[in-house]
Design a protein around this ligand. Structure first.
Ligand code: BGC
Length: 454
C-alpha cells in the first residue's frame, strides 16, 4: 500500500462492510459566487468584512468546482469511492430565500449536471442540503433564531427534491448545527458572526426542525437514506478536580447531547441549570426525532476543558496534554482513541435508538504549500486517517454499528474563517489556477478502498 502505515488483515476485514466517501461543501469549493443568478448568503457577507478571514481570501475562484465538477467526478472515480458527499447552495436555488421566488433554473441545472457526472463515474451522490450558507435575506429576518426559516428551508428542499429526487436517493439534511449555533450565533467565530452566548440556543431547535422537515419531504420523494451530519467531540476534563469534571459535563451537554438527544430520543437534556428555554411547540419533538436511516457523525478531535470562575462561559478550552496537533495548533489535538471511546459511549447511551453511524467527516489539515510541482507527501494526514480508521475498527469490534466513512476533504478548499491557510484535501488545489494534484494520501486511500474490497 502506498504511504505508511498499513492495515492488518483483521482490520481490513472489519472495514469490509463500510461505504467509503469523501466530502466537500458548496461555499468551500464552488467559487462562481456571482454567476448565473446565485444570490448572497451569510458567508458572502462574512467574507466581505475585512479581518473576518485570516488571509482575506473570499472563496472565489478557489477550487472552482462550479466549472470543474467533471474533474472532481473523475478524481472520485479514480479513488474508487462509493459515494461523494457534497453540498447544494441554497442561494443558487432560491437566490433570496423567499417563498415567492421561483427556483433559479441555472442553479438547478448545475446540480443536475453534478449528479449525472457522479452517476456516470459510478459514484453515488449524497448531497447535503444545508452546509452553512443561509440566504442573507433570511438572516436579516432573524436567521435560525426565526422559526420561519424552517418553512423557507422546506420550500427550498422541495425544489431540489423535485429536480433531483429521481436520481438522488441519499441525502444529508443539515451540517454541524453545533458549529452554526455555537460558533456562528453564540461566539461570533463563523457567519453570521453573532455573539449572543446562551441566547443563541433557539437556533439549535430551529435547525433540528429543519432537519425533520427536510427528512419528511425527502421521504415523500423516494429517499432511501436521510441523515443529519452532527459534529461531536469527546470532552475531557483537564485535571481530576471536581470543578473540571463539572465543566466537562456542561460542555458535553451543550456540544453533544443537546443535538443527539433530541434527534435520537426525542427530548432535550435537562437544561434548567443553564437557564435555557427552548421554543418547543406541539409536534416539534416528534418531527425532530423522525427515525433516521443512518446517523451522520463528523469527528475531528477531543476538547479539553478547564473550569473557570469568571467570564461569559464556565469553562475554557485548553490544549490536550501530551497530544500531537494538526495545522490548527494546540486546540486541534490528534487523539483517535477518543473517536472509539465516543462511539462506544454513544452505543451505551442511546442503545437501540441509535441507527447505524456513518462517519460523515474525518480528516486533518497540515501546513502545505500553495503551489506544487509534484505530488505532496502528506504522511501526517495518512497517519491521521489510518489511526482514526483503526479506532473505528475497535468501535466496530465493541458492537457499534458503523456503515460508512468519509474523508474531509476530497480537495483543499476554503476553510471558512481560516481561508486558504488550512488544507484538508486528498488532492492539492492551486487556488490561483484551480490545478488539482493528488497527494500521496489520495493514493493511500485508493489503495485502502481496493484492499478492503479485495
Ligand atoms: C465542517 C467543514 C470544515 C471542516 C474542517 C467541519 O467542521 O463541516 O466545512 O471545513 O470541519 O474544519
Amino acid at each position: 500500500m502506498a504511504g505508511t502505515p498499513e492495515f492488518a488483515p483483521q482490520a481490513l476485514q472489519a472495514l469490509n462492510g463500510l461505504r467509503f466517501s469523501t466530502a466537500t461543501a458548496a461555499f468551500q469549493i464552488e467559487g462562481a459566487r456571482t454567476l448565473d443568478g446565485r444570490g448572497r448568503s451569510i458567508w458572502d457577507d462574512f467574507v466581505d468584512v475585512p479581518g473576518n478571514v485570516l488571509d482575506s481570501s473570499a472563496a472565489d475562484p478557489g477550487p472552482d468546482s462550479y466549472h470543474r465538477s467533471a474533474e472532481d467526478a473523475a478524481l472520485l472515480a479514480g479513488l474508487g469511492a462509493d459515494r461523494y458527499r457534497f453540498s447544494i447552495s441554497w442561494v443558487r436555488i432560491i437566490p433570496d430565500g423567499q417563498r415567492s421566488t421561483k427556483p433559479n433554473a441555472a442553479g438547478l441545472d448545475y446540480y443536475d449536471r453534478v449528479v449525472d457526472e457522479l452517476l456516470a463515474a459510478g459514484v453515488t451522490p449524497e448531497p447535503t442540503l444545508y452546509h452553512w450558507d443561509l440566504p442573507t435575506e433570511l438572516e436579516v429576518a432573524g436567521g435560525w433564531l426565526n422559526r420561519d426559516t424552517v418553512h423557507r428551508f422546506g420550500e427550498y428542499v422541495e425544489a431540489v427534491a423535485n429536480r433531483l429526487g429521481d436520481r438522488v436517493r441519499h441525502w444529508y439534511t443539515i451540517n454541524e448545527p453545533a458549529s452554526t449555533s455555537l460558533q456562528g450565533y453564540a461566539l461570533g467565530e463563523l457567519a453570521p458572526g453573532h455573539t449572543m452566548l446562551f441566547d443563541a440556543l433557539p437556533t439549535v431547535h430551529h435547525q433540528l426542525l429543519a432537519h425533520g422537515t427536510a427528512a419528511t419531504i425527502l421521504r415523500e420523494h423516494g429517499a432511501q437514506q436521510v441523515a443529519p451530519a452532527i459534529n461531536h467531540s469527546l470532552i475531557l476534563p483537564e485535571t481530576d478536580e471536581d470543578a473540571d469534571h463539572r465543566a466537562a459535563t456542561t460542555l458535553d451537554l451543550i456540544f453533544n447531547r443537546f443535538f443527539a438527544d433530541p434527534l435520537l430520543l426525542g427530548e432535550y437534556p435537562d437544561l434548567e441549570a443553564l437557564g435555557v428555554q427552548m421554543p418547543i411547540r406541539d409536534g416539534d419533538m416528534e418531527l425532530i426525532s423522525t427515525p433516521c436511516d443512518v446517523y451522520g457523525f463528523n469527528y475531528y478531535n477531543p476538547t479539553t476543558v478547564r473550569s473557570v470562575d469568571e467570564g461569559p462561559l464556565p469553562f475554557d478550552m485548553v490544549p490536550t496534554p501530551g497530544a500531537a496537533t494538526t495545522g490548527f495548533g494546540p486546540l486541534w489535538p490528534i487523539r483517535p482513541d477518543t473517536l472509539r471511546d465516543f462511539l462506544i459511549d454513544m452505543r451505551t447511551r442511546y442503545g437501540s435508538s441509535l441507527p447505524p453511524i456513518v462517519i460523515s467527516e474525518n480528516g486533518a489539515s497540515f501546513p502545505e504549500p500553495e503551489e506544487c510541482t509534484e505530488p505532496i507527501r502528506d504522511d501526517e494526514r495518512i497517519a491521521y486517517l489510518h489511526d482514526h480508521l483503526l479506532a473505528l475498527t475497535e468501535a466496530i469490534a465493541a458492537g457499534v454499528p458503523i456503515a460508512g466513512y468519509t474523508v474531509w476533504s476530497l480537495l483543499d478548499n476554503f476553510e471558512w474563517a481560516d481561508g486558504y491557510t488550512q488544507r484538508f484535501g486528498l488532492v492539492h488545489v492551486n487556488m490561483t489556477t484551480g490545478q488539482r494534484t493528488p497527494k500521496s494520501s489520495y493514493e493511500w486511500y485508493r489503495n485502502l478502498i481496493a484492499a478492503v474490497r479485495a
